[in-house]
Write a protein that binds this ligand. Structure first.
Ligand SMILES: NC(=O)C1=CN([C@@H]2O[C@H](COP(=O)(O)OP(=O)(O)OC[C@H]3O[C@@H](n4cnc5c(N)ncnc54)[C@H](O)[C@@H]3O)[C@@H](O)[C@H]2O)C=CC1
Ligand SMILES: N[C@@H](CC=O)C(=O)O
Length: 348
């Protein structure tokens, strides 16, 4: 008897929104991990889009996009995208984050590096949590710790019956990198420009420097830990000066030097006292807050190097000594790897 032909794997259409630092690294990773079940058909940045129903080679996307049609920055996808297909949000767009629940309602899987889905308004996080299920998954591994197993660990602990008591950590790769070894001798603004060049910072580095990026990550973690925090419940200690905060996007670079005096002096003082500065996020019985702290150099929160994140979790089983997770918390490659992990989990 003739053998039956093996069933062809179902192919999912994929849309990639955002082809910047992270989006480009994801395209490289997709090119390295040729996956026949994924068909990249819609790619867009804030100004242009490409629609290719026959599928696009990841390596051809950048050139195709340069010649692509106009894009309005919205989240509407081609009409043939439907249940089971996948949309990847590799932008920092508030407009697109508002589409996350809409995409899930359309039956699409969503994979996001954009923290404004789960770390924006509580109502949106709640909608996403209600809508996501095995048929329309929400991949969020890249949103905190650039893929470090933070969210998976919190969910695993809760699934095992633990109550999460506290979460404390360094959650910004950019701020970790800026303060690692900084003693105030070099202009802080030069370091900020270097962090931007390394691809660690947000599209607007003020989102890092204001503590807003850390606030979003702490909200994502606290909400995953079972605490429905409103954004305003996190007290935020911003590093921005009023002029830098008010600067138009074109004037940000020039206004960065405003930070050299206040932050340089604080770092020099800490160094003289044998201390270091770290931007720390805390969620515990006293509430949620993020801000710059002066620590002894061997404080567990100060021992990470470079863009390392380091997070301590207290829970029912880790009551006396916390569970600690550390590793690079920003950068194109680790973040793209986390997005691909989420994509592959959808296929599994
Ligand atoms: N850079 C990193 O280390 C990490 C970044 N992320 C997140 O990844 C996201 C992207 O970050 P980067 O790639 O560094 O930023 P980027 O500025 O390099 O790239 C952003 C891309 O999004 C596009 N874009 C903006 N608005 C859009 C819209 N409405 N529609 C379509 N495209 C739009 C821009 O044109 C650009 O291509 C951000 O949400 C960031 O927080 C998460 C973890 C780590
Ligand atoms: N700008 C962010 C990027 C990762 O989330 C950071 O520096 O941590």
């Amino acid at each position: 008897m003739e053998a039956l032909p093996a069933a062809l794997p179902a192919t999912r259409r994929v849309a990639l929104l955002g082809v910047g630092t992270v989006g480009r690294a994801l395209l490289d990773r997709l090119a390295d991990h040729a996956e026949p079940r994924l068909s990249l058909q819609w790619v867009a940045n804030s100004r242009r889009h490409v629609h290719a129903p026959q599928g696009l080679s990841p390596l051809a996307c950048a050139a195709a996009l340069a010649e692509g049609g106009a894009h309005d920055g919205g989240g509407a996808l081609p009409a043939d995208f439907g249940p089971g297909d996948i949309v990847i949000d590799a932008t920092a767009s508030a407009e697109l984050a508002a589409w996350h629940p809409r995409w899930l309602r359309q039956g699409l899987h969503v994979v996001s590096a954009n923290k404004l889905g789960l770390g924006g308004p509580l109502l949106r996080q709640h909608e996403i949590a209600q809508l996501a299920n095995a048929q329309r998954r929400y991949g969020d591994a890249a949103t905190v710790g650039a893929g470090l197993p933070l969210l998976a660990t919190l969910r695993g602990l809760r699934a095992g019956g633990d109550r999460i008591g506290a979460i404390v950590g360094v959650l910004s790769g950019t701020l970790a990198w800026l303060f690692d070894g900084y003693d105030g001798r070099e202009p802080f603004s030069d370091r900020v420009r270097a962090a931007v060049a390394q691809g660690y910072a947000e599209p607007d580095p003020r989102v890092d420097l204001s503590g807003e990026d850390v606030r979003r990550k702490l909200l994502i973690l606290a909400r995953a830990a079972g605490y429905p925090l409103e954004s305003e419940e996190v007290r935020v200690d911003s590093l921005l000066t009023p002029r830098l905060q008010a600067a138009t996007p074109d004037a940000v670079d020039g206004a960065l030097q405003d930070l050299d005096g206040p932050i340089g002096e604080r770092a020099a003082r800490a160094a003289r006292d044998g201390r270091v500065l770290r931007y720390v996020a805390r969620f515990d019985a006293a509430g949620a807050r993020v801000g710059l702290e002066t620590l002894v150099p061997d404080d567990p929160l100060a021992v990470g190097r470079g863009c390392d994140n380091r997070v301590a979790i207290w829970s029912t089983r880790y009551r006396d000594r916390p569970l600690q997770i550390q590793g690079p918390g920003a950068g194109a490659e680790v973040t793209a790897a986390a997005l691909l992990d989420d994509l592959l989990r959808i296929l599994a």
